[in-house]
Design a protein around this ligand. Sequence first.
Ligand code: SAM
Length: 246
Amino acid sequence: MRIDILTLFPEFFESPLDQSMLRRAQTLGKVSFRVLNLRDYASDRHKVADDRPFGGGPGMVMKPEPLVAAIRRVRQEDPDTRVVFLSPSGRLFDQGTAAELAAAPALLLVCGHYEGVDDRVRHFIDVEISIGDYVLTGGEIPALVVVDAVTRLIPGVLGNDAATEEESFQRGLLEYPHYTRPRDFEGLTVPEVLLSGDHARIARWRREQALRATLALRPDLLASAPLSPEDQEFLATLAEDSGKDR
Ligand SMILES: C[S@@+](CC[C@H](N)C(=O)[O-])C[C@H]1O[C@@H](n2cnc3c(N)ncnc32)[C@H](O)[C@@H]1O
């Protein structure tokens, strides 16, 4: 998969794209990143990419010409590229959207800055994504969030694809708790079932812990999570227990 990032601040990406899983994914040939400098697509002598807003008001607005020139160039190279604009007005990014983007042959992530981009650029993008209901200075951090979440879902990147299947949100639930050595840390012990070697019991315990955590912390997720009759029964016993506790 190829992921291009269009930005006014290409240096921003130098270190993050060269660390940990993102570095490994490139070494394995699973993904290639290109950081495109928006100024390279500005046609004037001074490489101007922003201008004052029509109608007045604070801040600067990113001009449409360089943005659209860059989008067109990337689409010319690969017409199947999905063009993603990072924006606080976009659809809220979640694991489902990450999986959807990971299935695309190529992505172009467009980072806004200043007050935002000229609204006409919207005609040239496929999807607008927000990473949360807050405003950041630019689309660079949101682009990195998307790059990380998407890349780890590309088959073969994590070495063990089962690892992502078990993670939070992937099955519509939060994840179960993890433990490693020592068995006893300052009086806090590892649940006995994890030391039992009984894989069926461990799997059931993990599922129940995931259900318990989701009910306690993110009950909204349960409405759309795929639940077995056994899961439903377990949740019903939790609800009964909490009723007794009151
Ligand atoms: C300072 S923000 C512009 C905010 C804009 N004036 C508004 O009120 O929605 C500059 C750029 O940062 C990026 N950005 C800021 N917050 C974001 C978020 N929560 N999700 C995705 N991108 C964001 C967008 O690319 C945006 O164009």
